[in-house]
Design a protein around this ligand. Sequence first.
Ligand SMILES: Nc1ncnc2c1ncn2[C@@H]1O[C@H](COP(=O)(O)OP(=O)(O)OP(=O)(O)O)[C@@H](O)[C@H]1O
Ligand SMILES: [Mg+2]
Length: 309
Amino acid sequence: MTIPLPASVDDTLALLTRGDYVADRSLATALYLALKLKRPLFLEGEAGVGKTEIAKVLSATLGRRLLRLQCYEGLDASSAVYEWNYARQMMEIRLAEATAGGASDRDALAADLFSERFLVKRPLLQALEPDPAGPPVLLIDELDRTDEPFEAYLLEILSDFQVSIPEYGTIRAPEPPIVILTSNRTREIHDALKRRCFYHWVDYPSAAREREIVAVKAPRADARLAAQVVGFVQSLRGLDLYKAPGVAETLDWAQALVELNQLELEPSVINDTLGTLLKYQDDIARIQGSEAARILSQVKTELAATTAR
Ligand SMILES: Nc1ncnc2c1ncn2[C@@H]1O[C@H](COP(=O)(O)OP(=O)(O)OP(=O)(O)O)[C@@H](O)[C@H]1O
Ligand SMILES: [Mg+2]
């Protein structure tokens, strides 16, 4: 049975909540509209802010298949869409030779060699196939890592949701899949592709929302520890670091501190666990020691002020 798509923005928020995803209203609105109007959703944002997770949560909560295309430089159609199973085709030809027949056999063999049996379907083609559970979720992850020719190819598929295979015919999706594209914006994606999609910038969450995320994803963290962790990370994002920590790092840090039985942050523990949060030695060197102590005392003062209010 197909799980119906959300019928409103509130419904979409509830769906994401069921999947343990803490979203703000603007993201839920973008998602609701993309689902309703059957348009791909293009999510851009810094690393670790929860872009990929949205596709996973949609697939899980809507009971749809998740087809993931991880993009990389040099990704081509044979890895993304389809290719013919050349080895199997050769084998078939050898077998046919061994049991040699007449001209009609040859014609039959030629037709058979380009039948579905020999077609290796990659995620973009799989996403066009009908599914009893409803159209699948197609995640085209980290699109900025591919090159422009691939983008042009994608444009064609996302416009018509069909693929033409010269030897086989055209495969058209009976219903468009739910498409989520993500980018870390290491390069700009072409306007023509963006025009096919709805766009949403996934920002770092506010402190309140990030505390909610920690409560959902790292429930073993003490509330005071969680508030300090979030406050600390949010301060780091305000500094001009080489690579600011994302939500993924906040969760890693909270979990690490739980494993170390910390009920609150202390300067020495921060120094010892910075590697879960910052992944560049320059950033670590800058924060370690007095700077970490300064941020911590500032965070504690702010938290004391808000609880006193
Ligand atoms: N709003 C949120 N609610 C719940 N969990 C979240 C949220 N945002 C991020 N996370 C968690 O943070 C982690 C990182 O998220 P995700 O992998 O989706 O980030 P990303 O934006 O795709 O990062 P990258 O650009 O590095 O691929 C995941 O474990 C995810 O569950
Ligand atoms: Mg991702």
